[in-house]
Design a protein around this ligand. Structure first.
Ligand SMILES: Cc1cc2nc3c(=O)[nH]c(=O)nc-3n(C[C@H](O)[C@H](O)[C@H](O)COP(=O)(O)O)c2cc1C
Length: 473
């Protein structure tokens, strides 16, 4: 899969002559022909504070059946519209997760089994309304569990990607953005569930075909990328009499002509699994001279903003006039962004004016510490130049480059690990946005960069492939 990443690098001059067919622009909402949108249950308020949820902590509440109003809020916080805007009869408003180009390729489904006041079955969430479509009656949780590995749950969510929405603009590079976008939605979903006190179990290593069948996806244009189980164990026997939803639940085409991309599809399918596999564990890399580590202060939030408000308030902001974050602020930002070791690593580019010498630092989530890679120079302008010259990035107080050693990941876990890395980068991105909002900072995700230029920024390890960047300040 490092091949896909290499084949979709941006190079200087490779973006010339680029144009979009606006008359064939894909719809941003999935429209089922025979499944009318139904009003969602009245949403309950999410009681959690952002920091209590975002910083790793054991969820203490007992697992009880989720309620309809909680599920309604969880769906809205994961994928709902937060800033409505209509243009020529189309809803083009911004949504809770950030999305490359605001194209929103991700779709959200939930399978319920024993949720109070909700009929068991498979639902599709549509941010328009917001509403949901009842796709197929349950019980299906046991079938889902067989596709995911492990036990059936009262709530099973699926995040899919409708590749064409992003492909329309970004060509083969779209697969990167589809994965990053799905990671953004996954972060919100996990936080919203945790905010209601539900322990969460996320799956990337599920059996692809069997999940596609479960969701009624008849073709290659929409693919499941992540699943999340929560809400306690479902009481289902899982007998063979279960009916599966019909394949192709007849959704309206996204546009007149639907494009496909061979590189995208073949790269995605190369990572498919026939059977679910255990989810891998990730660790900080070995450090040859641990005495050189700079320990960050224990993350101690100053305020107590609500998770719900922070998710709704989140927005890409490209002005960085706020005062520089203190070291305590940086500590919170990094901990919330990457609470534990992940298949991605972060190189922190510190500008001048921080309580840290300007330079580049490797962040080690397991140790919550920084390792100086190059001190005394401010690399921010060079980073901005590598990001297609997007000038606002140079003014960020902190830039976070999320990267992975893709060759090494591929050797360890095969092509599926590309999905792990990109989803983790997207998740870290959304969490970074939210933490920045909670700290009174601005943030913007950046997926457009000349890969080779960013890969040689001083401090980037040899063989590191940049996946995504966050500009904060
Ligand atoms: C994967 C990804 C890549 C992005 N790349 C860029 C970028 O290169 N430059 C930029 O200005 N914004 C970028 N953005 C921000 C989006 O433009 C923004 O999320 C979208 O317009 C929706 O607006 P909102 O984040 O304010 O809700 C990116 C966002 C994501 C999730």
């Amino acid at each position: 899969m490092s091949n896909y990443h290499e084949e979709t690098v941006y190079q200087r001059n490779s973006l010339l002559g680029y144009s979009l067919d606006w008359s064939n622009r894909p719809l941003g909402f999935k429209n089922y022909q025979h499944r009318p949108p139904l009003p969602l249950p009245e949403a309950l308020s999410c009681p959690a504070s952002f920091w209590e949820t975002a910083l790793p902590a054991k969820i203490k509440k007992p697992s009880r059946p989720p309620q309809a109003g909680e599920l309604s809020r969880i769906l809205r916080l994961s994928a709902g519209i937060t800033r409505p805007r209509w243009e020529d009869g189309r809803m083009l408003g911004a949504r809770a997760p950030a999305s490359a180009g605001g194209l929103y390729p991700s779709e959200l489904y939930v399978l319920t089994s024993g949720v109070t006041e909700v009929e068991d079955g498979l639902y599709h969430f549509t941010p328009l309304g917001p509403a949901w479509q009842y796709l197929w009656p349950g019980p299906l949780a046991a079938y889902a569990a067989r596709s995911l590995g492990g036990r059936p749950a009262r709530l099973t969510f699926f995040i899919t990607s409708l590749f064409w929405r992003s492909l329309w603009k970004y060509n083969s590079r779209a697969y990167r953005y589809c994965l990053l976008d799905a990671g953004h939605m996954l972060a919100n979903l996990e936080l919203a569930l945790a905010g209601f006190g539900f322990p969460v179990r996320s799956n990337i290593n599920f059996a692809d075909n069997s999940v596609s069948v479960l969701l009624g996806l008849a073709n290659l244009d929409e693919a499941p990328l992540a699943a999340v189980r929560a809400g306690g164990a479902a009481e289902e026997s899982g007998g063979p009499e279960f009916k599966l939803p019909p394949l192709d639940l007849e959704a309206l085409p996204l546009s007149r002509r639907i494009g496909r991309d061979y590189l995208l599809l073949s790269s995605h399918r190369a990572g498919d699994l026939e059977q679910p596999l255990a989810e891998p564990l990730w660790h900080d890399p070995e450090i040859s001279r641990p005495e050189e580590l700079i320990s960050l202060p224990v993350p101690t939030p100053a305020g107590n903003p609500s998770l719900q408000e922070i998710i709704i308030r989140r927005q890409s902001r490209r002005d960085f006039g706020a005062p520089s974050p203190s070291l305590a602020g940086l500590s919170l930002l990094l901990k919330a962004c990457l609470p534990q070791p992940a298949p991605v690593m972060a190189l922190v580019i510190a500008g001048t004016g921080l309580e840290l010498a300007a330079g580049s630092y490797l962040y080690l989530p397991g140790r919550h510490a920084l390792l100086a890679r190059s001190k005394g120079q401010d690399w921010r302008r060079i980073v901005a130049d590598a990001c297609l010259g997007q000038g606002f990035i140079a003014k960020a107080k902190v830039q976070i480059i999320l990267w992975a050693d893709l060759d090494n990941l591929g050797k360890k876990g095969g092509p599926r690990f590309y999905r792990h890395a990109m989803l983790a980068a997207g998740k870290a991105g959304q969490r970074c946005y939210l933490a920045a909002a909670a700290l009174g900072l601005n943030c913007c995700g950046v997926g457009a960069f000349y890969d080779d230029d960013l890969a040689v920024i001083n401090g980037m390890p040899h063989r590191a492939s940049p996946l995504y960047l966050l500009a904060c300040g």
